[in-house]
Design a protein around this ligand. Structure first.
Ligand SMILES: Cc1cc2nc3c(=O)[nH]c(=O)nc-3n(C[C@H](O)[C@H](O)[C@H](O)COP(=O)(O)OP(=O)(O)OC[C@H]3O[C@@H](n4cnc5c(N)ncnc54)[C@H](O)[C@@H]3O)c2cc1C
Length: 595
């Protein structure tokens, strides 16, 4: 099944929920016009559909091959990557200073969604490279920036993030990789990193590894971790490639999904020490990683949106074609495509509404990011930064958890054919599965949401968010349009549930931290559900005024999708609230021996 970029829905989310027209007026965005944005999305949609999507399933079947430290990518990936870089897509989201196009995050978000939908394995290479670019751009010395960034932005060199070690996953305080100063400004790095995405491959001439490691005198724990650049090939003073660095891909993993992206075990310093260069100041590596975490987490959340969209398109295509049985209550007695069976429609509505709600949250937060960066008004910058920080774990956690259910339903819509690999629905479910794990598991996102983002600041950001949502609910309740009024109760219940759960959290976080943590993931899901319902309602408010104009069917569909979300998804808020407020004891009561 091919992929068709949902450009109209992306533009809607971008314009109406992220607020692109206003963002385009902010300093630095002067060249962003609606014509330009539409042209970018159309071109990106073509590249995604014509170049990346066709190599997705073959890449999944073939995977990567490892031999003696060398990784060969699946057929077609090298050529696709060369075309991707040549057409400027690789660096598009990066700053103009190093050769990118410096577009607002709201715009690059849509383009990145397309790459992720079309071919998640392929898209990871750019994602990791741009993550490394951001870390170096924010914290590296000028010489490092000049040496590495233009080539990474153009895609000539790719980047990786080497955080994880066998004993250090969620808990990076346990990192053991060592960096010894050599006295010439460089460091000798020794250690093993695991699960390194695109850690080795044959698509680019050099790979720039960002590595977390400890200096000899470093304090224990997270305050003793520094960040280093260790390139696969050392770089000569004139920028040309020098000798091979002392680092090697020891093996690659056999995985459940994203088969075409190599997940590497990286061994540093087998011959005495890989040459590394310190980024920024010693012992601040983890802090540096966290400054770029917002972006990386939003990008993985966007993978959830993208894979949901792909699974929905696949299921819808099948449901339109597969004829099976007569339709209950249909007097014609004809056999019709399964799309006519009410339960298949329910599954498709569920997939569609949850996908649109995920997109709404991800794009809304991208808009916050743009305003937090570029608004000339300090209060606006601060308010948007606060909202961005509050909702970043929600985008990461909720959009990726949502993708599990959406891709699962995608298989169910296909019946038995869904279980057969050739159909393609399985790949989406397998690819989606990693998104709730890497870049911090859902539990790690939830810890951040209940702790740093809510309880530790007295719940102020959450209360401001709830007040904004309540304003929308009041407008729905007061509306004389039945399509909007019908949304009011669901959103009202959601607000009450989140309000109650927040009050409980604030009262219990310090006194009974384990009870609070027992409800952390339900709290994240509750927040995502209510914010999703809010943005679906806001979309419906806009759509209600446009159903009689051009594109009336698109807006009618928005109203129905919002109604489905309000009546089928928002009621889940009550269950999450109950689990948080009443359920902690049941999580914690069982003696360990009784498990
Ligand atoms: C395909 C793939 C690609 C990856 N790419 C990269 C990469 O490019 N670079 C890189 O550095 N790493 C990468 N990773 C590693 C990834 O980020 C980690 O796997 C992830 O952070 C989880 O760590 P872990 O696997 O050690 O699980 P663990 O930390 O052992 O977690 C196991 C379980 O315990 C839970 N848990 C752990 N701590 C807590 C806590 N404090 N509170 C509540 N629950 C907790 C987790 O939620 C999880 O359910 C990748 C992993 C995979 C599988």
């Amino acid at each position: 099944m091919s992929y068709i970029a949902p450009v109209k829905d992306m533009l809607f989310a971008m314009n109406e929920l992220a607020g692109l027209q206003e963002i385009a007026t902010l300093p630095g965005n002067e060249e962003v016009s609606s014509d330009l944005v539409e042209a970018i999305l159309d071109e990106a949609g073509k590249f995604a559909g014509e170049v990346l999507a066709p190599i997705n399933a073959p890449g999944d079947r073939q995977g990567n091959r490892w031999k003696d430290g060398v990784v060969s990518t699946a057929d077609g990936f090298k050529e696709a990557y060369a075309a991707f870089c040549e057409t400027g897509w690789n660096g598009m989201p990066a700053s103009t200073e190093f050769g990118g196009q410096g577009l607002p995050v709201s715009v690059s978000t849509a383009v990145l969604e397309m790459w992720k939908s079309a071919n998640m394995s392929f898209s990871l290479c750019q994602m990791l490279t741009l993550g490394a670019v951001e870390a170096i751009a924010h914290h590296g010395a000028d010489t490092l920036k000049q040496t590495y960034l233009p080539k990474m932005v153009s895609g000539l060199w790719t980047g990786t993030m080497n955080l994880t070690e066998p004993q250090a996953g969620s808990d990076l305080a346990a990192v053991r990789t060592r960096a010894e100063p050599r006295g010439d400004g460089s460091y000798a790095i020794t250690g093993t990193k695991i699960f390194i995405t695109w850690g080795e491959h044959d698509m680019a001439e050099n790979i720039v590894h960002l590595v977390l490691a400890r200096l000899p005198d470093a304090p224990a724990g997270v305050k003793g971790i520094s960040l280093f650049i260790a390139p696969k090939f050392l770089v000569n003073a004139d920028g040309s490639l020098g000798e091979r660095n002392d680092l090697v891909c020891a093996s690659i993993e056999h995985k459940m999904g994203i088969h075409a992206s190599a997940t590497a075990v990286m061994s540093f310093g087998d011959k005495g020490g890989a040459t590394g260069y310190l980024v920024g100041e010693p012992n601040r590596g983890l802090e540096y990683m966290f400054t770029m975490m917002n972006h990386a987490r939003l990008n993985v959340g966007l993978e959830g949106v993208a894979i949901s969209e792909r699974a929905y398109q696949q299921a819808l295509g099948y449901a339109r074609e597969r004829v099976q049985g007569k339709i209950i209550g249909d007097k014609s007695g004809d056999k019709k495509p399964i799309l006519h069976h009410p339960d298949v429609r329910r599954m498709l509505m569920d997939m569609k509404s949850r996908t649109e709600a995920s997109r709404a949250i991800a794009y809304y937060v991208a808009g916050c990011m743009d305003r937090a960066k570029s608004s000339p008004d300090a209060d606006v910058r601060k308010a948007n930064q606060t909202r961005l920080e509050l909702l970043t774990p929600v985008v990461k956690g909720w959009c990726t958890e949502t993708a599990q259910g959406v891709t699962w339903n995608g298989i169910q819509v296909h019946g038995g054919m869904g279980f057969i690999e050739e159909t393609g629905a399985c790949q989406h479910m397998r690819d989606a599965r990693i998104t709730t794990i890497y870049e911090g598991t859902t539990a790690i996102q939830a810890n951040d949401l209940i702790g740093r983002k809510t309880a530790k600041e007295g719940g102020i950001s959450m209360k401001v968010l709830l007040a904004d949502i309540a304003e929308t609910a009041a407008a729905l309740r007061g509306s004389d349009n039945p399509d909007l009024k019908v949304l009011a109760d669901g959103l009202g219940n959601g607000i009450a549930a989140l309000d109650e759960a927040t009050a409980w959290l604030l009262a219990n976080y310090d006194a009974t931290p384990q009870a609070a943590a027992a409800g952390s993931v339900p709290f994240l899901k509750l927040t995502g559900t209510v914010v999703g319902g809010w943005l679906m309602a806001r979309a419906a408010q806009i759509a209600a005024g446009r159903v009689d104009g051009a594109d009336g069917d698109f807006y009618k569909a928005k109203l129905v999708t919002a109604r489905y979300f309000a009546l089928h998804v928002l009621p889940e808020a009550n269950a999450y609230r109950d689990a948080i407020v009443n359920g902690a004891e049941a999580v914690l009561a069982l003696d360990e021996a009784l498990f």
